[in-house]
Design a protein around this ligand. Structure first.
Ligand SMILES: Cc1cc2nc3c(=O)[nH]c(=O)nc-3n(C[C@H](O)[C@H](O)[C@H](O)COP(=O)(O)OP(=O)(O)OC[C@H]3O[C@@H](n4cnc5c(N)ncnc54)[C@H](O)[C@@H]3O)c2cc1C
Length: 379
């Protein structure tokens, strides 16, 4: 295992996340997947444990230091038990991050105490039907009128769209100018559109959120007009190591159960693990998980040190997403016909893994970022 030096209090946090994940979340994972319903009880549990508040200043319940690293390690632990539940942690961090990095003092005074309670969920509204990978292609607008902005946009694929009470929303305030706003779910003109019926992460709520002439006071604008794109990019530097963590958790769960199965199941008079074709798959999986963990930890540490980490964050997200897909595919193979049924959790892990190659920038987009950074480094 990648050696990660942690303080005593950090080890204790992780131990309690591991315990809760194993004892209270893992037993629900199959049901959550089958029913496809968002579990408020788990979200509340996270709030009580302080896991929804990690990135807030310590005076509001956030961690003192190593926030991104601790966030990733907690997400990985929860994802081993249930990826849908781990996504609740991710989107809370992603949705609140624009507020945490860009809020002025009066916004901090208004919103930090609310977030500190760990009772409300956030949504992050960027993607639109014709603008996913190309964030700059969004068409939603905020038109200034007196001391208010009038927001119009149809946002799609909003994680927590239907369960969040607060959204951070990116819209255009000029031809090539993007700005974040804080929008309350119960504001006039905000409505929930289609709820997505997804392949995996079925316990995560994903909806359209429609903004029709929503009046937002300028006090809810984050940063200056035009600063939104930069804030969104900063958010990626934190969230991509987080997606790497969720992917690793899924991969580790798949390896654990397929290793166990390979030791128990016999064919041709031998346990599967004694067949080299199977043992090599498992050896590769263990190696890839170690390599992915190294990338995730380094990306998180660089973020915590305020070192530009876009390249390694993309490497971590891309590599861990790809190996999660490969390792879960191999896990289904190791289980043979049984892996293709709902009697074992490998098919759920296989379905969940796919999303980690898609959201927070597809793995093609990650490779574009890595290549761009390499070109920049070359001058
Ligand atoms: C379950 C789920 C939850 C999500 N949660 C959120 C959320 O909370 N908030 C939010 O704002 N968004 C969210 N998203 C949106 C997600 O980030 C986008 O789906 C993702 O960025 C891809 O955009 P797209 O779906 O429009 O694909 P497209 O951009 O249409 O891409 C389609 C395909 O083309 C490839 N491609 C595109 N451009 C290029 C290129 N230049 N070179 C090579 N290949 C390219 C892509 O990699 C992809 O394979 C979520 C999505 C899902 C599925």
């Amino acid at each position: 295992m990648t050696m990660i030096e942690l303080e005593e209090d950090q080890r204790m946090i992780l131990q309690s996340v591991e315990k809760i994940s194993k004892e209270r979340i893992a037993p629900l994972a199959a049901e959550i997947d089958r029913e496809g319903v968002f579990r408020w009880d788990i979200a509340r549990l996270f709030g009580e444990m302080g896991l929804l508040q990690i990135f807030l200043p310590p005076s509001y319940g956030g961690l003192e230091e190593d926030k991104t690293l601790m966030f990733c390690l907690c997400v990985e632990e929860v994802a081993k038990a249930c990826a849908s539940s781990a996504l609740t942690l991710i989107i809370q961090a992603v949705g609140s991050y624009p507020i945490i990095v860009a809020a002025n003092q009066s916004q901090r005074d208004r919103f930090f105490p609310r977030l500190a309670k760990g009772e409300e969920l956030l949504g992050y509204l960027v993607t639109e039907p014709y603008a996913g990978s190309d964030v700059a292609g969004i068409k939603g607008t905020a038109r200034k009128k007196g001391d208010e902005y009038i927001l119009n946009s149809r946002k799609c694929f909003a994680t927590n769209g239907g369960v969040a009470s607060l959204y951070t929303v990116l819209v255009k305030t000029g031809e090539k100018e993007f700005t974040f706003f804080i929008v309350e779910r119960d504001q006039e003109g905000v409505s929930i559109g289609k709820t997505e019926d997804k392949l995996g992460f079925r316990g995560s709520n994903t909806t359209e959120v429609i903004l029709e002439d929503v009046r937002v006071h300028e006090d809810n604008r984050l940063g200056e007009e035009g600063e939104g794109f930069l804030i969104a990019m900063k958010d990626f530097d934190m969230s991509r190591p987080g997606i790497a963590a969720i992917a690793l958790g899924i991969a580790e769960a798949a390896l654990d159960i397929s290793l166990k199965y390979a030791c128990e199941r016999e064919t041709f008079g031998l346990p599967l693990i004694k067949h080299q074709a199977i043992s090599f798959m498992l050896a590769d999986a263990a190696t890839e998980i170690e390599a992915g963990r190294g990338l995730m930890v380094e990306a998180a540490k660089q973020h915590d040190r305020n070192t530009p980490n876009a390249k390694i964050a993309s490497m971590a997200k891309c590599f861990c997403g790809d190996i999660a897909m490969k390792i879960t595919t191999d896990a289904v193979q190791i289980f043979g016909g049984y892996g293709y049924t709902k009697d074992y959790p490998v098919e759920r892990l296989f379905r969940d893994a796919k999303l980690t190659q898609i959201f927070e920038g597809t793995n093609q987009v990650q490779r574009m970022v890595i290549a761009r950074e390499m070109i920049e480094e070359m001058g």
